[in-house]
Design a protein around this ligand. Structure first.
Ligand code: ATP
Ligand code: MG
Length: 538
């Protein structure tokens, strides 16, 4: 009967009312509030994960994301990069940053997604050495700007001198993780091809070790082939001309190596593959798997090579993992990683850090979790600006990008501390950095750099990576030791020569008196001795 409730219904309603009053949840009340979380909403709340935790860091991160993209794009298009970075102070902790490149440009239809959607990019799905890897960088910078100032991101891009330049004003709809186009028009632009991104954001401009100035300077060290013009908020323009015309070596994309694959990933790969049988799947989806290796993996896993990948069940995936682990497989190809190179790195250092001694070393390629990588290290010793009684400075780079934050949590820094620098003639208080007028450089180049978080600030401590860093540092340390002992020997010889020279007039007088020499001969004698000493000084 309508309007009349049973005793049970009344009781239920009362319980719900009591629960609500006491704010106690039920499965139903919770269900009403459970829904999808958009990736942009997540990162808007957790902006520290992307490097936007405070205004000072945010200013740097936004510039870094744009510059990384510009350099990646130029490299992919085989263009020598010419980058213009500017910071304009608008007052009240607001800045407008702009980064302009001479890269290949971006086709019109991709611009909204690239700048207005998180997790959209060309680099995530492949194993290739590049600065970007996640597809978050530049859209996150735009989103931060929008959240702190309400202003859209401005983009101009042109792909060809014969085509128009497109100008966009974009915002990100954080609820839907979708771009919102505020305006879209063709404009006059003097640049033949390239991209310009401008973002208004809340920031703080500082100087020092974690500043934009330092980031630009260190970018030049690891990329001697770039030309950068950097306009500071004061209006001053700093230009770094390229110290080399040699572009970084070409790198190719590779497939994952079986020894690095994780169980869940293998399961997904088996589900998604177009291969008809297991042996074919192993050969087509992984690097270094020939027919013979594929058959050996199947034999070691006790699974028929002819089995269809879609019919492989969970226990068999585990067996397949064990089969892979048991099989000896050639290391992945290493032409996919390009080091900076000893000569190039030295040029980069010479153009930015004055020093009395430089040494650089590039290790042979190695592998962690199936990913190839190369470690390089360098030292710059002595010279202006390097303090003799302070701890050495460590500059860390990953795929040619300077890492300015989270030094303590980075495997590169920890490896420097672990290295015994005392054996190379330096002071090193226990468990810390060596002391001296020294800058230590560590670079990791890889198809996938294992960062400790999405903000890409520190390298995770895989033992294989640590080992290579320590070996590279030891090599540089040995060369530094040779330099220091040679310098010590030379200083000692100089000291002796100085001493002799000081006594030369007295020796002349002594000889004249003893041998009864005329004054002219005494002078001749001391002049000859002086000349001898000078010649020795060289
Ligand atoms: N200046 C540019 N010129 C050409 N292409 C660009 C430029 N900036 C961005 N792109 C393209 O947009 C994509 C997305 O850039 P975004 O910075 O968001 O991610 P990513 O560089 O792929 O990875 P990460 O999140 O690690 O930076 C890039 O993968 C690249 O294809
Ligand atoms: Mg990027």
């Amino acid at each position: 009967m309508r309007g009349q409730s049973s005793a049970a219904e009344v009781e239920e309603r009362e319980t719900v009312r009591a629960l609500k009053k006491n704010r106690i949840e039920t499965a139903e009340s919770m269900a009403a509030r459970q829904r999808d979380i958009s990736v942009s909403e997540f990162f808007a709340k957790n902006r520290h994960l992307l490097g936007f935790d405070n205004p000072r860091k945010a200013l740097l991160t936004a510039i870094k994301e744009a510059v990384d993209n510009s350099l990646d794009a130029c490299e992919e298009a085989a263009i020598l990069p010419d980058i213009f970075v500017s910071i304009e102070e608008l007052g009240n902790d607001r800045f407008r940053i702009a980064v302009e490149d001479n890269g290949p440009g971006i086709v019109k239809r991709q611009i909204p997604n690239i700048f207005g959607k998180l997790l959209y990019g060309s680099k995530f799905h492949c194993l290739k050495m590049s600065r970007g890897q996640q597809g978050i960088g530049i859209s996150a910078a735009g989103m931060y700007g929008m959240l702190t100032t309400g202003k859209p991101v401005e983009i101009i891009s042109r792909t060809d001198p014969g085509k128009p330049a497109h100008h966009f004003l974009l915002q990100i709809d954080t609820k839907k993780n979708k771009p919102e186009i505020i305006s879209d028009k063709e404009v006059e632009w003097e640049v033949p091809h390239g991209t310009r991104v401008a973002i208004e954001l809340e920031g703080k401009h500082t100087r020092g070790r974690q500043s934009v100035d330092e980031y630009v300077r260190q970018t030049v060290i690891a990329n001697p082939h770039i030309r950068v013009r950097y306009q500071e908020p004061s209006g001053e323009l700093i230009t770094y001309e390229r110290s080399s015309d040699q572009r970084p070596g070409h790198t190719s994309e590779i497939k994952p190596h079986p020894h690095g694959v994780e169980l869940g990933v293998l399961q997904t790969m088996l589900r998604d593959t177009k291969a008809r049988n297991l042996a074919g799947f192993l050969q087509s989806e992984f690097s270094r798997v020939t027919q013979r290796v594929a058959e050996e993996i199947c034999a070691n896993a006790a699974i028929a090579p002819s089995l269809s990948p879609s019919r492989i069940r969970h226990q068999e995936v585990e067996k397949l993992m064990q089969g892979i682990a048991k099989t000896k497989i050639m290391n992945p190809p290493t032409n996919c990683v390009a080091p900076i190179g000893e000569e190039q790195l030295q040029r980069g250092l010479e153009s930015t850090i004055p020093a009395a001694f430089y040494t650089c070393t590039t290790r042979p390629p190695a592998v962690y979790r199936g990913n190839p990588f190369i470690i390089e290290a360098a030292l710059a010793y002595g010279g202006e600006g390097q303090e003799a009684d302070e701890p050495a400075r460590v500059l860390r780079f990953a795929n040619r990008v300077p890492l300015l934050y989270q030094q303590g949590g980075c495997c590169a820094y920890q490896s420097v501390v672990q290295t015994n620098w005392r054996q190379y003639g330096l002071n090193q208080p226990r468990g810390t950095l060596p002391v001296g007028p020294l800058t230590i450089i560590v670079h990791m180049a890889s198809v996938w750099v294992p960062f400790t978080s999405e903000s890409k600030e520190a390298i995770a401590g895989y033992p294989e990576i640590e080992e290579q860093i320590v070996l590279a540092l030891q090599e540089c340390g040995r060369r530094l030791k040779l330099f220091l002992s040679k310098r010590r020997r030379e200083a000692e010889a100089q000291r002796k020569l100085d001493y002799l020279e000081m006594y030369l007039p007295h020796i002349g007088i002594g000889l004249r008196e003893l041998l009864n020499l005329p004054e002219k001969e005494e002078k001749q004698l001391t002049d000859t001795l002086k000349e001898l000493l000078e010649r020795h000084r060289g």
